[in-house]
Design a protein around this ligand. Structure first.
Ligand code: BGC
Length: 247
């Protein structure tokens, strides 16, 4: 079964058709820039444009960069604060005419990795982190997701960790790999002390460069790059929607 997976991020809105049994993309992935300011009206318009580009009328799964409860956005860190309280699922459903399921973007990436990627058969505590515009986090125990964990908000030196160690900070502040991984190590060590994960899976665009920066990371847990790299969110959103549509 194919589902259109969409990953709404702070910088890009990405989409692809996904075979939800294997996680393989069955179309070219497409991406459009996230409009700024990232207001509800503007993001919904660009997401509809993406759905039109695929000429898609079937099930849609959408990862969204906020705490999502029953389809409603409860926070807004890297998107406009007008999103808080908006029923994202309902608005996207109305605008696209498709059945849509919405999930936090990092939770989506985590599901893809646990069901079909780097976390398959890992039943202990697994933490999936996405490093992009912000830091997304998804925690699994015995394969079950604890939704909406917001580790990017953990304070480091008095500010949210994602303002200090996200991948976007590296580009913005022109940090060397060495300086950025020093920051990332602080964050990872903090997180390890709190959750004692057996495995940490790193996703987000920067995970494609894991060969460069993994050797600089100092963690106790096993460490793996996301099997789906930057497409984990798209794949997981599609899998989530497929599960919902059969529920
Ligand atoms: C948001 C999270 C999201 C992460 C990655 C953070 O700013 O609060 O919900 O998962 O960015 O996009």
């Amino acid at each position: 079964m194919d589902v259109l997976g969409i990953d709404i991020g702070g910088s890009y809105i990405k989409g692809a058709l996904v075979d939800v049994c294997t996680g393989k993309l069955t179309s070219e992935p497409l991406q459009l820039e996230t409009p700024q300011p990232a207001t509800p009206g503007a993001i919904i318009e660009v997401t509809c444009e993406l759905v039109r580009l695929f000429d898609w009328h079937g099930v849609v799964g959408c990862g969204f960069p906020a705490v999502i409860q029953a389809g409603v956005a409860k926070t807004a860190a890297n998107i406009d604060s007008l999103w808080i309280g908006v029923d994202v699922q309902k608005r996207l459903q109305q605008a696209t005419g498709c059945p849509v399921s919405v999930i936090n973007d990092a939770d989506a990436a985590g599901l893809a990795e646990m069901e079909l990627g780097a976390g398959v058969n890992r039943s202990g505590t697994v933490l999936v982190l996405t490093l992009g515009t912000g830091i997304g986090s998804a925690l699994f125990s015995q394969g079950a997701l604890v939704p909406n964990l917001e580790l990017g908000y953990l304070p480091i030196n008095g500010a949210p960790a994602e303002h200090y160690a996200a991948a976007a900070v590296r580009s913005r502040e022109n940090l060397s790999w060495q300086s950025w991984t020093q920051r990332l190590n602080l964050f990872l060590n903090h997180v390890e002390r709190l959750f004692s994960p057996e495995l940490i899976i790193i996703g987000g665009g920067i995970s494609c460069e894991y060969k460069v920066f993994f050797p600089l990371l100092k963690v106790q847990s096993d460490l793996l790059p996301a099997h789906f790299f930057n497409q984990a969110g798209v794949v997981g959103a599609a899998c989530f929607a497929a599960e919902k549509s059969h529920a």
